[in-house]
Write a protein that binds this ligand. Structure first.
Ligand SMILES: Cc1cc2nc3c(=O)[nH]c(=O)nc-3n(C[C@H](O)[C@H](O)[C@H](O)COP(=O)(O)OP(=O)(O)OC[C@H]3O[C@@H](n4cnc5c(N)ncnc54)[C@H](O)[C@@H]3O)c2cc1C
Length: 427
């Protein structure tokens, strides 16, 4: 699939720049060149500096989101499901395989490009933002980094071209305490037989490929947890009806049940018994993606609100002109910018191979907190109409709550940050 030219042809008015959008290797080099040049002259680039390709991608995804996704967002939220034409649009434009190498049909871009993609999509629809985020930051990256050549050849082209995927860790009795999970995988000849259930699994209504954490050696405790690839049509595997939720309604979140689900040993991803380690590592990356979803959501809500405050007049003046309004607006704009810098910094650290345990948790926690405040304020600034379903702010307000729950709750992020601080100060 030549995603580069598909994007160029479909949505770019800026042909020259966009032609490089998906040349990921080149983009990485370009970013490195910029960094090297900055280091050579002893200057530092602002965190918001994007390479030419990253900038072009950001603009292109923004245009796609505004022109082709935005008109369908209300309908998808009301229906509680995505339109298949919108899912097709994401695949056709390379947004579901941003970091998958071109050799496997992906766009071959860097992590920052994934972050920008999730941010731009979430400005318009945070439900679709989580679909794009999970596919890219969790599932694709796990297969890219842990898959053997056979697994990469089998799964990456599908993930880039047409197959939605899910990451299944949480269970009815294990959420924050994820590694007390009870789903088992018992060896039977050269197969494993999976039994148990998973809860709250995003995008599982559509997914064709599932990464499932199951304990293949319960006597070893969490060190028996192993990551299995399970295909949707495997006998004994049931995807239950989507939960009815407060927000991100179009993203299908289902319970999964495994009743003697047989998978070959070759479906183990990475090493036997290392599933807990992989979950920790990849969720560190994933949290930066949730941060991107949250800053996109906050900015989308803010952008939809400010023009109203300039048009709406009370006491003979636009409500924007009141100093108490301006101060609140300035505070929210500053907080969104601060959250964006934390998310971008965590993404750049990750690209440079540096640890992001603390920075990812901080970025996710802060971005979710800022986004919640931003949505509350936007509704306040709109007055009565902010409370109405005729305006998009109420949807952002419902969608934002999930940021403090999935991929680690508020408390879990804060505990992670505190643990790191303790380590740093004890050393
Ligand atoms: C819409 C949605 C989509 C999701 N998508 C996925 C998915 O795709 N894949 C997946 O595997 N999971 C997914 N999840 C699950 C999600 O990651 C969990 O809900 C989350 O980790 C919290 O677990 P829990 O719901 O069991 O809450 P609990 O762990 O029961 O927590 C309840 C409360 O107790 C607090 N708490 C728990 N332990 C501690 C502690 N040690 N210290 C302080 N406070 C604590 C929590 O902070 C929280 O406030 C999703 C959840 C939702 C709602």
């Amino acid at each position: 699939m030549n995603t580069l030219f598909k994007v160029t042809n479909k949505i770019s008015a800026n042909g020259q720049a966009v032609r490089h959008i998906f040349s990921g290797v080149k983009k990485l080099q370009q970013t490195q060149e910029q960094v090297d040049a900055a280091e050579a002259t002893n200057t530092r680039l602002p965190l918001t500096t994007l390479s030419e390709d990253e900038q072009a991608m950001k603009e292109t995804v923004a245009r796609l989101a505004q022109e082709q996704i935005a008109p369908h967002v209300r309908e998808m939220d009301n229906d509680g499901k995505f339109k298949s034409s919108i899912i097709d649009l994401l695949f056709q434009n390379g947004l579901m395989g941003v970091q998958i190498d071109t050799e496997y049909g992906g766009a071959g871009c860097n992590f920052m490009t994934t972050i920008l993609t999730v941010e731009e999509i979430s400005k318009v629809d945070p439900s679709l933002g989580i679909l794009v985020d999970l596919q890219n930051t969790l599932i694709n990256n796990v297969v890219i980094q842990l898959g053997n050549e056979e697994q990469k050849k089998k799964y990456l082209p599908r993930l880039a071209a047409d197959t939605v995927s899910s990451f299944a860790l949480t269970e009815p009795s294990s959420g924050s305490d994820a590694f007390s999970l009870k789903t088992t995988a018992k060896k039977d000849g050269s197969d494993y037989i999976i039994n148990g259930s998973k809860m709250w699994i995003s995008n599982s209504d559509l997914a064709g490929i599932f990464l499932v954490m199951a304990n293949a050696n319960p006597s070893a405790g969490y060190k028996g947890i192993t990551c299995f690839i399970v295909e949707r049509d495997t006998p004994g595997f049931t995807i239950n009806r989507p939960e009815k939720k407060l927000g991100i309604a179009a993203s299908g979140t289902c319970m999964l049940t495994f009743d003697n689900v047989r998978v070959p040993e070759s479906n183990i991803l990475g090493e036997f018994g290392k599933g807990y380690k992989y979950a920790i590592e990849f969720l560190n990356e994933g949290r930066i993606g949730i941060g991107a979803q949250m800053i996109g959501l906050a900015q989308g809500c803010f952008d939809a609100t400010i023009p109203y405050t300039m048009e709406r007049a009370q006491f003979g003046k636009p409500i924007f002109s009141f100093q108490s309004m301006q101060h609140q607006i300035a505070e929210v704009a500053t907080e969104i910018e601060a959250a964006r810098l934390m998310v971008y910094n965590a993404a750049r650290l990750l690209e440079r191979g540096e640890p992001v345990l603390k920075e990812g948790a901080m970025a996710k926690w802060y971005a979710a907190d800022v986004a919640q405040r931003a949505c509350v304020k936007c509704i306040d600034w709109m007055g009565g109409v902010g409370f109405s379903k005729d305006f998009i702010q109420e949807k952002f307000y419902r969608d934002v709550k999930i940021g403090s729950i999935y991929e680690g709750t508020y408390n879990i992020q804060l505990s992670t940050i505190a643990k790191q601080i303790e380590r740093e100060y004890k050393n």
